[in-house]
Design a protein around this ligand. Sequence first.
Ligand SMILES: O=C(O)/C=C/C(=O)CC(=O)CC(=O)O
Ligand SMILES: [Ca+2]
Ligand SMILES: [Mg+2]
Length: 393
Amino acid sequence: MTRIDIPDGSLFGVANLPYGVFAPPGAAPRVGVRVGDSVVDLAAALGDDVFARPSLNAFMAQGHERWVEVRSRVTELVGGEVPDAAVFGVDEVELHLPIEVADYVDFYASEHHASNLGRLFRPGAEPLMPNWKHLPVGYHGRAGTVIVSGTDIVRPCGQRKAPDEDAPTYGACRRLDIEAELGFIVGTPSPLGTAVSTADFARHVFGAVLVNDWSARDIQAWEYVPLGPFLGKSFATSISPWVVPLLALEPARVPTPAQDPEPLPYLREDEPWGLDIELSVSWNGQEVTRPPYREMYWSPAQMLAHLTVNGASSRTGDLYASGTISGEEKNQRGAFIELTWGGKEPVTVGGEERSFVLDGDEVVISATAPGTTGRIGFGEVRGRVLPATESRR
Ligand SMILES: O=C(O)/C=C/C(=O)CC(=O)CC(=O)O
Ligand SMILES: [Ca+2]
Ligand SMILES: [Mg+2]
């Protein structure tokens, strides 16, 4: 038996206990909980086969009461002694995609980001479209290209046409960007023909991850009218390996910024679901921006209510992301196109100028939030960009 050591100031103390999928050396992937710098094999520690699987989906589908019960059993377990065979160092295991992604949706919930992109993509027009303050704008993304942190990103190829060119050309993306976001994972499904109210959010959503919605801005700018993002965003979306349970985020809850005009009744909330989460984005090892989640206009409860208000079903493993998180200040912008204002105001990283992401660059997004006893961490979502493969012509 082992007593798990939690280093002082660890962002993975008992207030956090995020779930993930890991493979011990030479063994099959299974569900684990991160505690300090250790990972506890839950199938081995709790003797329950629902955790002996390569995704969290079966456990998430068991519903809210079960999530509460397992969290309290794990809290008890890690406060005492755990069988040696169930404990691994986080550095000796391989971390996998934690969920089998069902559907993937991406919202656009930051007023600062939406206004900035409006100015950059549609100069001269009103930055916010007339619908923006009435509903959380979003689009359906590509579930099959959601990948786990650490997976390399191959620079996408496609059609691009700059405003001063008169015809499109095919080639490697010249304006590769990132988007720092938070993603919410549905555990309890809702049947076709029903809607999930804002009050039922916490019964449906299991937890949250960090998201990097890699974006090819030149491909996007040419293709997006009038149906929205397509190939410019479907080549890769990275998520962090640890799913922070919504139950751990109670101390992070804050009201959203005042919403004016008042939204329609189905989007109103009795209880606030804004979240006081602080993100940090590093580019080649240097922090370039700190996006504040608390400034997001629409809450995740409002996003899920909107996503299902037409009677669309939701499934275990659905992932919906917040959209780029940008604060009011320049050093709080969650996408490089905004941070460098379309490339006109480059930033210096490691002594080199950057506006968009170059081959070989690595971007890491991390985040922390207040927990019951000190801050809790989301870990990180990391990705390195590899050169385009031209064979797709
Ligand atoms: O305003 C536009 O035309 C484009 C917006 C985006 O690229 C944003 C998007 O993917 C949603 C988000 O991350 O906020
Ligand atoms: Ca996005
Ligand atoms: Mg994407």
